[in-house]
Design a protein around this ligand. Structure first.
Ligand code: PLP
Length: 430
């Protein structure tokens, strides 16, 4: 298109944008939360105990105690995370809270007593505790670091997971790098599944890193597939055991996007020594988790095949929503270019909760603001990066799980329009 044609197209889009803005839409593609229909799938939780509160070992789930979780839930966690029950801990409704506790405990109290506290080591060395943050990543992981004053070092993401050359070289240079955030299966937000080679190299990081380094292996989407033959993630716990680095790995999961998001149960797997240290710290804050909820979950989920059947029900609800987003992007933007450059690129995830869209450089924030003014809320641009700074301002995270297909179609019409409008504005230097 020459300048005149670009100007004509821009004017047509602007008219359409003004007409849509006057409709006062109120649509939301921000947070990756399950829809009501998904939550309904687990409503049998309510009343499932029918006054039978006894755990497998005969203990009464209504009473205090049991900081490690009830035995049947630990067995389930072991199957789910790929380990043995002795290396698991089962908690309350939020794996994020577990992660916060792991990081704050290691930072202030130490993983093996006060001498090992990250903050003490940093003070002695006159430096700052740091974390590697594969980016784009999960904003709430980054928020934990920011809240504690842990410096975040962005690491490039590749199609196989974090750039391991960069990770290893950074760790070799700085023993005050104390952790790395990982969402190894269907990464939030780019949907990447770490390759076997990446997981193997991850399992050896404990050999390279400074003391008390922790891989925060947040496997929040391990069973959340959208395809028939899903990619399988290598078992980091087995690989770490072989490498002698089990202490360096904290594997985390929860049922938040399996049963009721706000009322599920959470899991950790690591070495017995790590769990004992964590349990001692946690025991200051609580006498034990909500064991009744753990028992309710075990009566509903039973075993991995039962859980996987439930996840197929989730997929039936989620898949049309992902397809609606992809259809809108394919039909509205694929093959289109301005001055020879594509209008954007996007992921086709095999599972998880997000589609990641990349605008041309410097346009993500503008697109999010344009859609918001037209009544479509998107996750703020930049929020997938440490300190909310996307260096090239291209990333937009689309979360289609909560709205209906009709709402997604309406929201995506606005999104596609805003992407083209913003790109043309830039091309015309308006
Ligand atoms: C990668 C990741 N981890 C953890 C969570 C939150 O998990 P939970 O509800 O168990 O705290 C989310 C929620 O979106 C997530 O995307």
């Amino acid at each position: 298109m020459n300048d005149q044609q670009l100007q004509t197209r821009y004017q047509a889009l602007l008219d359409e944008y003004q007409s849509i803005s006057s409709q006062k839409l109120n649509l939301d593609l921000t947070r990756g939360k399950p829809s009501t229909a998904q939550l309904d799938l687990s409503d049998a939780l309510d009343g499932i105990l029918n006054k039978d509160y006894s755990c497998q070992d005969g203990s009464d789930s209504r009473n205090y105690g049991g900081i490690m979780g009830i035995p049947e839930a630990r067995q389930f966690a072991a199957d789910y995370l790929g380990t043995v029950p002795e290396r698991t801990m089962v908690g309350g409704n939020s794996s994020l809270q577990f992660m916060y506790q792991i990081v704050t405990g290691a930072f202030f109290l130490g993983v093996r007593g006060p001498e090992s506290a990250w903050s003490a080591e940093a003070a002695k060395a006159g430096g700052q505790v740091k974390f590697l943050c594969p980016s784009p990543g999960y904003d709430r992981h980054f928020a934990i670091c920011e809240a504690l004053g842990i410096a975040m070092i962005p690491v490039r993401m590749t199609a196989e997971g974090p750039d391991m050359d960069q990770v290893e070289s950074l760790l070799q240079q700085d023993p005050l790098i104390k952790g790395i955030w990982c969402v190894p299966q269907y990464s939030n937000p780019d949907g990447v599944v770490y390759s076997d080679a990446t997981v193997k190299r991850m399992a050896r990081l404990g050999k390279i890193a400074g003391a008390n380094f922790r891989i925060m292996w947040d496997n929040a989407y391990s069973e959340h597939h959208l395809v028939d033959n899903p990619p399988r993630l290598a078992n980091i716990l087995n690989l770490s055991e072989e490498a002698g680095t089990l202490d360096n790995v904290m594997v985390i999961g929860s049922t938040s996007k399996i049963t009721h998001a706000g009322a599920g149960i959470s899991f950790i797997a690591s070495s017995e020594a790590n769990l004992a240290s964590l349990a001692a710290q946690l025991g200051i804050a609580t006498i034990g988790p909500d064991k009744i909820n753990q028992l309710r979950h075990m009566r509903l989920l039973k075993d991995l095949p039962t859980l996987r059947a439930l996840m197929q029900e989730h997929r039936r609800i989620l898949q049309p929503k992902f397809e609606a987003v992809l259809k809108a992007l394919d039909e509205g933007l694929a093959g289109k270019s301005v001055n020879g450059a594509a209008l954007g690129s996007w992921t086709r995830p095999q599972g998880g909760y997000f589609i990641l869209f990349d605008t041309q450089p410097g346009l993500a924030d503008k697109v999010v603001k344009l859609t918001a003014a037209a009544g479509v809320k998107l996750t703020p641009a930049g929020s997938t990066y440490p300190y909310r700074k996307d260096p090239s301002d291209t990333n937009i995270r689309l979360a289609p799980s909560f709205p209906s297909v009709a709402e997604i179609e309406a929201a995506m019409r606005v999104f596609v329009l805003c992407v083209e409008l913003a790109t043309l504005e830039k091309a015309l230097a308006l």
